[in-house]
Write a protein that binds this ligand. Structure first.
Ligand SMILES: Cc1ncc(C[n+]2csc(CCOP(=O)(O)OP(=O)(O)O)c2C)c(N)n1
Ligand SMILES: [Mg+2]
Length: 339
């Protein structure tokens, strides 16, 4: 084992060296768990998955800038890393993918990872894109009316940015100066549709001007930059100054879902360039350059994550499927006595 690096004591923005390493640890756990889910899909055990590979740095830095004890989070289907950063255990994630009874989000009755997770304050969400944005404006309005010290963070993609719901939510939030941060993970694709076919403007952030609040574009593979932008946006919302649109430029390293093949619509050059922007690789290099971890410590972080994922997989794989009996519990038709 190589010698322990001479730790850098300086902070990056408000992030200490120690916190940066912890964020990287979460990113690596997310990556290994995400890879495992894709393997489980190929084994016929997990029905479908959308990956956060390429979005890890942005998500972990976003959550780090918030206060999970006070704030609210409305996610969509690609927030695998954010869910872990908020305290969702690997077993809980896998129970959804492997349709086990103990799935905390929907008791295995929905798409994997869909539903609500009250313990980590995740709202129920829809697979219908952009529906979470007006809901987030509503949550922020309720907090404002009640005088609560809470910020709502709503996650959405570049494709969702073109939906009417997004306009309505931002317009309303701008008018009422709501304590909400619109966090757009721009991976340049909405399934197979590239950004150039989704919008005629340079950036998603530029649209914020039309709603009367600031918009910023940040490199989403840079943990420090995303954290800084989110810290400013959250502070603005907490101070009663209103919303901010934070657009993070990320890469979708894998196809849209396990059902997709992106080599049918992305060029080999596009794929090669995107792979250069893998946030795990970039963050590891940054931590080593700053003497925050050694090569051996990096290997250890990876092996601990793999071990954690193996334990979670073995545990959940041995658990029972839900009984058929309560299948219609909580379903309106059944409760109305109709079959
Ligand atoms: C209203 C609506 N239209 C179409 C779809 C089908 N659909 C599912 S995901 C998706 C792409 C979303 O892209 P983006 O918002 O960029 O998020 P990403 O998957 O890239 O993270 C589409 C069009 C949907 N779920 N809901
Ligand atoms: Mg997208």
């Amino acid at each position: 084992m190589a010698a322990t690096a001479n730790k850098e004591s300086e902070t990056s923005g408000q992030l200490s060296g120690g916190r940066l390493v912890e964020l990287y640890r979460t990113m690596v756990l997310s990556r290994h768990l995400d890879e495992r889910v894709w393997l489980l899909n190929r084994q016929g055990k997990a029905a479908i998955a959308a990956s956060a590979q390429g979005h890890e740095a942005a998500q972990v830095a976003c959550i780090e800038a918030t206060d999970p004890k006070k704030d609210h989070y409305l996610i969509y289907y690609r927030q695998f890393t954010a869910m872990i950063a908020l305290g969702t255990e690997p077993e809980e994630m896998l129970r959804g993918f492997l349709a086990r009874d103990g799935d905390p989000m929907s008791a295995a009755r929905q798409f994997p990872l869909h539903g609500a997770h009250p313990r980590v304050d995740l709202f129920n969400f829809s697979n219908v894109i952009a529906t979470q944005l007006p809901q987030a404006a509503g949550v922020a309005l309720a907090d404002k009316l009640r005088g609560k010290d809470a910020v709502t963070i709503v996650f959405f993609g570049d494709g969702a940015a073109s939906q009417g719901d997004t306009h309505e939510a931002m317009n309303f939030a701008g008018i009422h100066k709501l304590p909400v941060v619109f966090f757009c993970e721009n991976n340049r694709y909405a399934i197979s549709v590239p950004l150039s076919r989704q919008m005629a403007v340079e950036s998603i952030a530029s649209r914020a001007a039309g709603y009367g609040f600031p918009g910023v574009t940040v490199d989403g593979i840079d943990v420090v930059a995303v954290h800084e932008a989110m810290t400013a946006a959250v502070a603005r919302a907490r101070a009663g100054e209103g919303p901010t649109l934070v657009e993070v430029q990320v890469e979708r390293l894998l196809p849209h879902t396990t059902d997709d093949d992106h080599t049918r619509y992305r060029t080999p050059e596009d794929i090669a360039q995107m792979l250069e922007r893998d946030p795990i690789k970039i963050t590891a290099e940054m931590l080593k350059r700053r003497n925050l971890i050694t090569e051996a410590e990096d290997e250890q972080i990876h092996s601990e994550a793999k071990k954690r994922v193996n334990i979670a997989t073995d545990t959940v794989d041995a658990e029972p499927y839900p009984d058929v009996g309560p299948m219609f519990d909580h379903v309106t038709m059944a409760s109305q006595g109709r079959s």
